[in-house]
Write a protein that binds this ligand. Sequence first.
Ligand code: FE2
Length: 160
Amino acid sequence: MKFIPTGVARLDHALAGVVHCLRDLGRAMQSRDAASARGWACLLVQKLGEHFSDEEKMMLESRWPQANLHAESHRRVLLQFERFERELEQRGVIFDLSYQALVHLPEILRVHVITSDFGFAKFVTGRARPPFSHVAAYPGDARRSLARIPPSSATKTPLH
Ligand SMILES: [Fe+2]
């Protein structure tokens, strides 16, 4: 996984450690070294949990308006990494888990950094204002968000 810095040293230092674990986990899976893979998976889950916890403290300290949504995303990501670690312990180095280690887990982390961490990094460094309250945080929130927009701003073009 290519490391993508957020521009916030505290986040990037921790993320670099997580990415290092992911790379070494991938190497252990490729060489079918189950003992090393288990060790790297354990360290990966620990480092990821610590990083998320520290990032959530930063979000609370800086009053990031989307802290709760971001923390929910952390929980979902961490669950997938923990599930991987459990399955590796039970099933060893098999194709499905190698695929997860080499493709799925790095992609989950990459997408989280791009879709969640970049926004927080811009906010905490003053490079962007917080998102407006009517902007949907999740696609499922769109209906509720639209309901808050006054009727005068609704489209008046008739549907054909
Ligand atoms: Fe995050």
